[in-house]
Design a protein around this ligand. Structure first.
Ligand code: PHB
Length: 390
């Protein structure tokens, strides 16, 4: 008991200090950027951080009279760590915004902290539909799997793909991709022979792909999180699935721009649906890609980078509008309803759902200037998250 009281006293003192500290820093605006910088999802952390830093370099760090400070933390994509880091950032650093979130379980674990502390939480990467419903303080600038999957389920049956096997990572975004793809594909007269789920951590795709080969569908529909696509592609080709007449389709996570150019010519012709391609043909995107590559030793930005870049835009504009006055609630209100041109195309933060409304593109892997790109060939305009109508 005695020990406990002492501890408590120390904690209260520390918190008191933190408050004084923050008052002394009223001219600061702090963004706590929590990302997986190491481990399986490290490419997501690298991409989002690089994009956030690029946005700051291009737009300055004094906004609405406040000095913007980015505090980057590595959660190693372990949800308990994400939550603990968020707690520390809110209590000790008094951050004005929480941002980042490489995977769905990390975003969901942190949602209660945003609610309790009234801190806006900008999801720049994770993409399970339900995330924005986990806290009224969550705003999303990435995408949702239902957005991307439904567009593929409309395209495939019109293009000779009648029988499909689905293969997804066995957690939030994979289950969303499977559900929304299968539902719409069946509605469109397609047939799903089997739905396979692979573990999210350290997946071994071999036994699953063998099964797909035996089932001989017209196509294999895949969702794996950013960073895992190259392994799927390699094993798909090694098993000669393409030569056996099985097409690979999926959401654009599988032909991730972070890895695509290293996948080799076997990836040519793969069709996916997604909200962003580094090859998106707009002046704004060309400028974004060039600046990103220049600042990052030639690294090509992927869809995670664009989520980070646009997330910073949403935060900056909200800070400009509020001049940092009115706390988290004012900031959140100024994030809702933002509409702007992103490197991905037109983008809108729906004030009701706090989720992103955006174009979904159908893309085919092709060579441009000797490099592999997801080349867009069709656009489904202004897609809202279909998961929100359920
Ligand atoms: C997620 O965990 O929500 C997630 C991660 C990587 C992706 C998509 C979704 O590519």
């Amino acid at each position: 008991m005695h020990k406990y009281l002492l501890l408590r006293a120390a904690l209260v003192a520390a918190m008191g200090l933190a408050v004084t500290h923050s008052n002394a820093q009223d001219n600061k605006f702090k963004i706590g950027l929590i990302l997986p910088m190491t481990g399986q999802q490290a490419s997501t952390g690298r991409q989002v951080e690089a994009a956030a830093r690029l946005y700051m370099a291009q737009n300055g760090d004094t906004i609405g009279g406040k000095k913007v400070e980015l505090i980057v933390k590595d959660d190693t994509s372990i949800p308990d760590v994400t939550k603990r880091l968020a707690q520390e950032l809110v209590v000790n650093e008094k951050v004005n915004v929480l941002a980042g979130f490489g995977i769905t379980p990390s975003a969901l674990a942190t949602a209660p902290i945003a609610t309790q502390s009234k801190t806006p939480l900008v999801v720049m990467a994770a993409a399970t539909s339900s995330i924005t419903q986990a806290s009224p303080y969550i705003v999303r600038t990435s995408f949702t799997l239902p957005q991307a999957a439904v567009s593929m389920a409309d395209w495939a049956p019109k293009n000779g793909i009648k029988k499909v096997v689905t293969l997804v990572s066995d957690y939030g975004p994979g289950l969303d991709a499977e559900k929304f793809f299968v539902e719409r594909f069946l509605f469109n007269g397609g047939q799903v022979s089997e739905s396979l789920r692979v573990p999210m951590r350290n997946p071994d795709f071999a036994p699953f792909l063998q099964k797909v080969r035996d089932l001989k569908p017209d196509a294999l529909f895949v969702f794996v999180p950013s960073g895992a696509g190259a392994a799927v592609m390699k094993q798909f080709l090694e098993r000669g699935m393409d030569k056996a007449g099985i097409k690979l389709i999926g959401t654009g996570d599988v032909t991730d721009d972070d890895q695509l150019n290293d996948m080799g010519d076997g990836a040519l012709g793969v069709v996916t649906s997604h909200h962003y391609s580094a090859a998106h043909p707009s002046a704004l995107n060309k400028k974004f890609v060039d600046a990103f590559q220049k600042a990052n030793k030639g690294l090509r930005p992927n869809f995670m980078a664009v989520g980070g870049y646009d997330g910073m835009r949403v935060i900056y504009e909200a800070l400009k509008a509020t001049k940092g006055q009115g706390g988290g609630d004012a900031l959140l209100a100024a994030m809702k309803g933002q509409i702007f041109e992103s490197p991905r195309g037109p983008m809108f933060i729906d004030a009701q759902t706090r989720d992103v409304v955006q174009n979904i593109y159908l893309r085919k892997v092709q060579k441009q200037d000797g490099q592999l790109y997801n080349v867009e060939f069709d656009t489904i305009k202004d897609v809202k998250d279909p998961g929100k109508n359920k």
